[in-house]
Structure formats: structure tokens, C-alpha cells
Design a protein around this ligand. Structure first.
Ligand code: TYD
Length: 152
């Protein structure tokens, strides 16, 4: 079960999305946060990318994924992630390097309000595949409706 994977996580009211508090090991030499893939994440990452130098008013994301699971950490600065399951929507502030956000498949996400110094790191469960993206919100809603009628 996903909930059992994360030591400390909370739901945000959007299907399967969880905010995860990662350890923060304080040290006069500098702080350290850590996660161990098979132990602390519900998937083993196949890919990591990071988003940075985003002009403040720009929005990234605005898409969903058919199969991909993602784990987001704003390792520097801050940004806001809007998550939407086709029924419910929530805004999550990623504003500290020991806070992660888990996104299961079929969540529409928008990444915005980037601080000038923000570096948003994304761990992904699969290699890059543009065919796996859903870039149209109406198509996303249709898939959600199909999914809910198959798995009521
Ligand atoms: P894209 O996914 O469209 O960014 P956004 O999250 O803002 O929608 O990706 C932007 C560009 O980067 C696009 O040309 C594809 C490329 N890209 C890769 O080559 N590999 C990756 O893992 C990702 C995420 C993007």
C-alpha cells in the first residue's frame, strides 16, 4: 500500500496525491535530506529531470500522464503545484527541500509561482515518452470518466 511506503505523508484530497515530509538532518556543517528509492518511494525512478530559471509568471506542466508516477521536490526556492483528478483540485506549496509531492498516473498538474531561484526536481517512474502524455484537459476528463466506469 502506498500509505505504508511513506513514513510521513498526508493526503491532499486529490486521488492518490500525497505530500511527503522527508527527513531533515540538521548539522552545523549544513542540512541533509534523503530518500531511499525502494524503501521510501512507491516506484523505482527510471528518470530524473529538473526545472529551473522559470520566469515568475510562467506555468509548466499543464498535462497528465497515462502511466507515469512522479515524485517532485523543490530542492531550492519555492513553487506551487496544482493537482487535479478531474473531480477535485488542490494547490500544494513546495517551499522546502525536505517536502516531496507524489503524483500517481492520471493527475492533471500545473507548476507555477516559481521563485526566481527555484529548482524543481522530478523523479519519474519511466523514461521519457511523449506518447504517454495527455495534453488536452477535455481528453483527460474523458479518460477519467472511462477509468471510473471501469473501476467504480
Ligand atoms: P515538457 O514535458 O513539454 O515540459 P513541461 O513539463 O513544461 O510540459 O518538456 C519540454 C521539453 O523537454 C520537450 O522538448 C521534451 C523535453 N524533455 C525531454 O527530452 N525529456 C524529459 O524527460 C522531459 C520531461 C522533457
Amino acid at each position: 500500500m502506498l500509505e505504508e511506503k511513506f513514513v510521513s505523508s498526508i493526503e491532499v484530497g486529490v486521488r492518490g496525491v500525497r505530500v511527503v515530509e522527508l527527513p531533515r538532518i540538521e548539522d552545523p556543517r549544513g542540512n541533509l535530506s534523503v530518500m531511499e528509492f525502494e524503501k521510501d518511494l512507491p516506484f523505482v525512478p527510471a528518470r530524473c529531470f529538473w526545472i529551473y530559471n522559470v520566469p515568475g509568471h510562467h506555468v509548466r506542466g499543464e498535462h497528465s500522464h497515462r502511466r507515469l508516477e512522479q515524485f517532485l521536490v523543490c530542492v531550492k526556492g519555492a513553487c506551487v503545484i496544482t493537482v487535479d483528478d478531474g473531480r477535485n483540485r488542490a494547490d500544494v506549496a513546495l517551499d522546502r527541500p525536505n517536502r516531496g509531492l507524489y503524483l500517481p498516473p492520471l493527475i492533471w498538474d500545473m507548476m507555477h509561482q516559481f521563485s526566481h531561484d527555484a529548482v524543481l526536481m522530478v523523479l519519474a517512474s519511466e523514461r521519457y515518452d511523449p506518447a504517454e502524455y495527455i495534453r488536452n484537459y477535455d481528453e483527460f476528463l474523458q479518460l477519467i470518466n472511462q477509468y471510473e466506469s471501469t473501476f467504480p
